[in-house]
Design a protein around this ligand. Structure first.
Ligand SMILES: *[C@@H]1O[C@H](CO)[C@@H](O)[C@H](O)[C@H]1NC(C)=O
Ligand SMILES: *[C@@H]1O[C@H](CO)[C@@H](O)[C@H](O)[C@H]1NC(C)=O
Ligand SMILES: *[C@@H]1O[C@H](CO)[C@@H](O)[C@H](O)[C@H]1NC(C)=O
Ligand SMILES: *[C@@H]1O[C@H](CO)[C@@H](O)[C@H](O)[C@H]1NC(C)=O
Ligand SMILES: *[C@@H]1O[C@H](CO)[C@@H](O)[C@H](O)[C@H]1NC(C)=O
Ligand SMILES: *[C@@H]1O[C@H](CO)[C@@H](O)[C@H](O)[C@H]1NC(C)=O
Ligand SMILES: *[C@@H]1O[C@H](CO)[C@@H](O)[C@H](O)[C@H]1NC(C)=O
Length: 697
């Protein structure tokens, strides 16, 4: 919105606002019945009882919070608590109105929210309610400053966008841009418009104001990454933030510039009307006489067009005027995060790393990844790092490599391990990552004791998080990275057990024919590789979808993909095992025993269903990652029936380390031309693998 800053003069504002009022009428009600919140989350470990002290405190708090001082500006925010944390009946609450909403509308929205919270979350100690214009949240725990996206609601306007690819591209750019504006602003709110194509996209994002810049941006990114593709409108709400876009206007566009109150403002201009409040019949076009309405529509249209022209002219004049006066340094902040990363800022000195890892000692070794060993290191400033020392061979020149590292360093997402830098010296190539104390997912998932840490809720979050990371890699980032080696040991866990995908971008960095559709060198890990890749070397994002499907099944069942079942005479791999039970209607039997009694059946079954969809043999049948993310976040999306995962690992060679990667040389066979060796590239022989179709029973 910074673009529209010039609009703070009362005259300009009035014009713009009255135009907006009209525009709002034109653009028909976008909202939902104001009776139903667009977001509702009732929670809490215990319930309070009627007449309890908690209830009294809650009423007090709600009464207090829903009062909006008349002097409040747009996007009113307040947090408050009754009693302190030593009191078991303490209540904490927060209210916030959308950043373009004036105090009066804010007050009426909050009034409605307060009633709705109590009515719809009876006796619950925690609740969050959101209507179009405001959010109200209370809890028995202090939650201020903590990002929370546990519960999500999403709404989609599913009229396909005309040119989905271009549309999505513009949409993502717009949303990412306004997200960083919002995160940096104290209002934690931003809107933006992209009208560079035939369709106009209006975007709005907002976090609650108690969040820090990084938490806000994390929250927004998380939601943006799962916005549905190819649609002309959608909104996603979590407790800590909201994102929304439409192709028609739904916010008070030009009026939201935070005007530094220079003097008394003239009386508040007409506020943007509440959509569909059913308060009067004025906006209800269909109920009026036909002639009357079409005439008034025409008049409105004409007025709008006239006003638009006036506004544009005014805007231009003011813009030019303002440009001249604006101090040079100011707008630069807007591009800050994007361009600051340079090769130099990422460069690590070899000696520093040598000291940090105690000369790459065995004791500091964390493990051996696909691209070389990984060491734990401690920098002089106390920061812990993970240093991946790459095997020497790499197809790229140093300059190219540097550029690629810089690009990959820009891929920042909460579900990706952060690349901190690199070192190219003395024949050494190293990449430096943030260190994650909980190591990798396989350490938990396949450990008889530690697996209990992963209750169902955590597992679901893992699946969701990994999906979001992949959506980002595939679709949102500028690089469109295909990971190609997604597996449990490449998913690291932070201190809160959030999943972070590691090793992404390495395949790209270290040059494996990335730009070609086919590759002659197959790299990956047994059991996670899609058939079209193993057999023909084809790759596409659907490759990662396949691996993701396998990983999902592993997370739900707690079994490695290559289990040799209890019956070692008759080994059966995970996929056949799950598929068998799926067809028998005994799907729940495959669920990990340590979570079997605590998980909601429909969620588990949905995850398995989704997993099976991801490992279908035809890549074009598999959903893409953003569809997967949508399936996970919205239970209203119906899933198709999965076709048979025709291609299943023959587990006879399974006793060997599952981590060993195939680099080259294997024999493969398809069902219908078995034993026909399709590939036999030269190179060191590592493992012989055979693949075959397996009937479900
Ligand atoms: C609290 O009450 C709601 C209904 O009002 C009920 O669904 C929920 O199970 C209760 N929770 C607890 C922990 O008793
Ligand atoms: C809300 O509480 C604050 C602090 O306790 C108090 O200053 C304020 O007057 C209260 N407002 C209302 C409307 O009750
Ligand atoms: C909402 O407003 C009505 C009347 O305007 C008032 O009676 C009611 O107490 C208000 N509710 C809350 C929760 O403030
Ligand atoms: C709209 O988005 C496209 C693609 O991101 C970008 O090139 C263009 O400059 C944007 N237009 C406006 C007016 O922001
Ligand atoms: C409001 O939230 C901030 C953290 O964002 C916290 O420091 C402050 O104490 C809270 N205010 C109240 C009244 O609890
Ligand atoms: C602003 O208006 C208020 C009353 O509306 C008045 O008391 C105050 O003096 C005015 N301030 C200025 C700077 O005009
Ligand atoms: C709206 O119009 C309908 C019929 O068109 C009428 O029955 C109703 O009373 C009107 N409501 C208001 C608030 O004017």
């Amino acid at each position: 919105m910074e673009r529209f800053l010039p609009f703070s003069g009362p005259a300009g504002k009035l014009t713009v606002l009255s135009m907006l009022a009209l525009l709002n009428i034109l653009s028909a009600p976008l909202g939902h019945s104001q009776e139903n919140p667009i977001y509702l989350w009732c929670s809490g470990n215990t319930n309070y009882t009627a007449g309890s002290e908690y209830k009294a405190n809650l009423d007090l708090l709600l009464g207090n919070l829903s009062a909006v001082p008349a002097s409040a500006g747009r996007g009113h925010f307040r947090n408050a608590s009754i009693a302190d944390w030593t009191n078991p009946n303490a209540v904490y609450g927060l209210v916030q109105c959308r950043g373009d909403v004036l105090a009066a509308d804010c007050a009426s929205c909050l009034n409605r929210s307060a009633s709705a919270a109590v009515l719809r979350c009876p006796l619950r100690r925690r609740a969050a309610v959101r209507f179009d214009y405001c959010l109200l949240r209370f809890s028995d725990q202090k939650f201020f400053g903590n990002m929370d996206d546990t519960e999500r609601s999403s709404l989609v306007n599913s009229n396909g966008a005309p040119d989905p690819l271009a549309f999505d591209h513009r949409l993502m750019d717009l949303m990412v841009e306004i997200s960083s504006q919002a995160a940096a602003a104290s209002s934690k709110f931003a809107v933006g418009i992209n009208n560079s194509d035939s369709s106009v996209i209006y975007g709005l994002v907002q976090c609650t104001q108690d969040l820090s810049e990084s938490e806000c941006s994390q929250c927004l990114q998380g939601q943006i990454s799962i916005l549905p593709r190819g649609e002309i409108g959608a909104q996603i709400h979590v407790a800590s933030c909201s994102v929304r876009f439409e192709t028609s206007i739904f916010f008070a566009t030009l009026a939201i510039s935070p005007p530094p109150p220079p003097q008394n403002r003239s009386l508040p201009s007409p506020p943007p009307p509440l959509p569909a409040n059913n308060g009067g019949n004025g906006t209800d076009v269909s109920s009026g006489g036909k002639e009357n309405t079409s005439r008034s529509w025409r008049i409105i249209l004409i007025i709008v067009i006239l006003l638009l022209v006036a506004v544009i002219v005014l805007l231009l004049i003011l813009l030019i005027h303002f440009r001249r006066r604006i101090p040079k340094g100011l707008p630069l902040n807007l591009v800050k995060d994007q361009e600051v990363i340079t090769a130099e800022s990422l460069l690590f000195d070899f000696r520093t790393l040598k000291i940090a890892t105690r000369n790459f000692s065995e004791a500091n070794k964390l493990g051996e990844g696909g691209f070389g060993p990984v060491y734990k290191g401690l920098l002089p400033d106390g920061q812990q790092i993970a240093v991946k020392r790459l095997s020497k061979r790499s197809g790229q020149g140093l300059a190219e490599l540097r550029n690629e590292v810089v690009l990959v360093a820009k891929l920042q997402h909460r579900n990706l391990v952060r690349l901190l830098g690199f070192c190219l010296e003395e024949e050494e190539k190293m990449v430096i990552y943030e260190y994650l104390p909980n190591r990798s997912l396989d350490n938990f998932l396949f450990d008889p004791i530690k697996r209990h840490v992963l209750d169902w809720e955590r597992r679901y979050k893992l699946i969701e998080g990994i999906a979001r990371g992949l959506v980002y890699l595939h679709e949102d980032s500028r690089l469109r990275v295909i990971h190609r080696d997604l597996k449990a040991s490449n998913v690291l866990l932070d201190e809160n057990m959030n999943p972070k995908i590691s090793d992404f971008g390495l395949a790209k960095l270290f040059g494996m024919d990335e730009t070609h559709r086919n590759t002659s060198r197959i790299a990956g890990t047994h059991g996670y590789m899609a058939p079209e890749y193993v057999i023909r070397g084809h790759f596409s994002p659907k490759l990662d979808v396949f691996s993701f499907g396998i990983l999902t099944l592993e997370i739900v069942t707690g079994q490695r993909n290559n289990i040799v079942s209890c019956d070692s005479e008759n080994p059966i791999d995970l996929v056949s095992y799950v598929w068998h039970h799926w067809n028998e209607g005994t799907t729940l039997e495959v669920v990990d025993q340590s979570i079997a009694d605590q998980c909601p059946r429909h969620e588990v079954i949905r995850c398995i269903h989704m997993g099976l969809l991801c490992i279908q043999s035809d890549p074009s049948d598999r959903p893409n990652m953003s569809e997967v993310a949508l399936m996970l976040s919205s239970f209203s999306v119906t899933l198709l029936a999965p076709s048979k995962p025709a291609f299943v690992l023959n587990s006879s060679m399974r006793s060997q380390s599952e981590e060993s990667r195939i680099d080259t040389d294997y024999q493969s066979s398809e069902r219908h031309n078995s034993n026909q060796s399709i590939y036999r590239p030269s190179g060191q022989s590592i493992n012989e693998v055979t693949f075959s179709g397996v009937e479900p029973r």
